[in-house]
Design a protein around this ligand. Sequence first.
Ligand code: 26V
Length: 824
Amino acid sequence: VWKDCMRDVDTDVSSITKSFVNHVQTSLARQPYNLDNLGAYQAAALSVRDNLLVNWNETALQYTRKAPKRAYYLSLEFLMGRTLDNALLNLGLKDQYAEGVKKLGFTMEDVLDQERDAALGNGGLGRLAACYLDSSASQELPVWGYGLRYKYGIFQQLISPAGEQLEAPDPWLDNQNPWELPRLDVSYEVRFYGHAERMNDGTPRAMWTGGQEVLAVAYDVMIPGCYTKTTNNLRLWESKPKRGFDLNSFNAGNYEAAVEASNSAAAITSVLYPNDHTSFGKELRLKQQYFWTAASLADILRRFKNIGKSITEFPDYVAIQLNDTHPTLAIPELMRILIDEEDLDWATAWKIVTNTFFYTNHTVLPEALEKWPVPLLEHLLPRHLQIIYDINLLFLQSVEKKYPGDRDRLARMSLIEEGFPKQVRMAYLACIGSRKVNGVAELHSELVKTTILKDFVEFEGVSKFGNVTNGITPRRWLDQCNPELSALISRTLKVDKAVWLKELTLLEKLLPLTEDAAFRTEWAGIKQRNKERLAHHVQTTLGLTINTNAMFDVQIKRLHEYKRQTLNILGVIHRYLTLKNMSAEEKKKVNPRVVFFAGKAAPAYYIAKLTIRLIVNVARIINADPDTKDLLSLYFLPDYSVSLAEVLIPASDISQHISTAGTEASGTSNMKFCLNGGLLLGTVDGANIEIAEEVGESNVFFFGHLTPAVEDLRYQHTYHPVPIEEKCPALANVLNQVSGGLFGDAHVYEPLLNTIRQGDYYLLSDDFDSYIAALAMVDEAYLDQTEWVKKSIRTTAKMGKFSSDRAINEYAESYWNIEAQRVV
Ligand code: 26V
């Protein structure tokens, strides 16, 4: 009977409309006659979810039966964006659902537009995790993600009338989330605080008791692969009080005390921390990290135990990838379990641990390297601090053995940084506790080896340290966001997208078409329509009219000094001043340009917020100036998100990736723009370098000093400063115009301008002239539209390397040692 009743994936339009209407009537309890777009979205989503669940169950069953080695991706951030369109693509049901929805009186576009982004991440690191889940499922790899189910995602950004960033909460779960399955039956207890007492019985064991216990409850999110049955799982933990509330206080009439514990438990997963690239040592953040690693490890261990193998075989069945240092507590936590609960000796436990974990570093900026104060750890996780000290002692003994008497080295390599307070260096702990360590682009991986982990490379040998250049999923970042281009590619290559979307190097076959004038016209037409789509979006959301006959120049990323949005806005001002000085005759030769910015600043990052304010106020002046507004306009689009990126990226002619050399570990939006035929203006940094290697240097616009020069230049800024008027008159002039109040509020921007006048840590004054020269080269190149379109086609054609399928296969083969599992 069971077998007869099991459902399969609905693939025909009539079953699809049936299931849609069924969900309207039952799950939503609504009447068809007053169903709005939101209701239609919810019904469509629930119906698609039913289909995903069929595959998700079969995938789980297959993994359980075959018990292959699995990999787990631990990330505090998963920046998923919207799900419905992606699920439809991966199920191969886009056309059928579009037809069904139309028959019921809706348009797919309106329905898709109802979905809120799942924005459980800050930027590149979180979006990378989302791309890797898509690729793991598409490559049929047994990979699960583990993260937190934040009640509030990254804050919503508003811009005040004065141009300041304001933050509002992102209550993304308010309309219910059809893509998650609450698993109230899957839960674990997690302890904080209390006491740790060593047994002193000749074993390394200890007892950790007392303190606060909270419950971690699982919510599962289905991750469908593209054109495969494989549907993996992303498990997100929610914190709950272990008991509803304290009945003793309640009965005594002390209601506040009664609910306090339950509030403090729920607080753990209430909100995503919106800072990146700054370590700050807040207790709640540490609680999030331990809560999530403890629950995830308990879950992984339970699954491992179900296959009935000896614990020493754990690394043969489990690989755990640490996405940055955020989950590093998993290392002492697994030691704690193996020693205190499984009763293993230290050496056996350490061997298991160091064969299980893999650590990816995502930044070498010193202020972003996580450190936790020892007193905080001692208070919150007393047993883990003991274990960290034990790991450190044994580690330093082995260093001392190799380098007898080298005390400086011991101090440098210690997991504990001396100071007030002492701090635990999480990157070092992640490094020594892992089987392998990698950076995220060639240059970055070299910098990891020669700067922050130099001593560790010397001590442990270079073979432990590798590179996996980041990637992006071409499903979302080409097929979904640029359907016309995707269709043109399929038509031209005469290859179904089911094939080339999973074998992206096939794009190389477009190369000969650079010489085909008709193809170029089609290519350029698609870019034009994408620009119009963006203009339409800006018109309907912000009420602004954009000149679509201009070059579209885009910089969209988190606001940070190292990413140098300030360089860009100062370059815009320079262009504006130049235009103001031009004769009417000279202006005729200028191609119009529209500059777009978008991105969020960490709420406490004063300088980054000032940069936003400057951009908004420069836009106000420039866009209203009748002398120049036809040739130059500027927009700061508020509340940057994955969904906004999907509209902006396909519309870009040129995008800017202009970090100070050596500071941007990889960048991934650079890959997205190039995949969509946008050209790149950038520094010789991160993955820009590898993009240029692929497309050829003549197809990118590089400028600025190289990484090896940076240290010397900074030294000169400190010890032999040259006044900016002397060093870079063009920049000095721009700064003076801002100081002089050309964009209002003369005094407001002084702290921002002073970061350049004094110290100039990110070397704007060193790179400004070559930046302006590069912008001029972009202008010149754009005048020859034939050549420009050829560059654009060539760029897309050479992006195969940057598919996240390639990246995830590198992790699977060279790191995790896992194999694809076909689900039939
Ligand atoms: C760091 C911290 C520090 C403590 C406070 C909270 C917090 C949150 C996030 C981070 C991560 C910073 C590292 C990061 O996001 N790196 C970015 O990773 C991208 C994917 O590898 C890469 O493309 C970007 O270049 C890199 O900046």
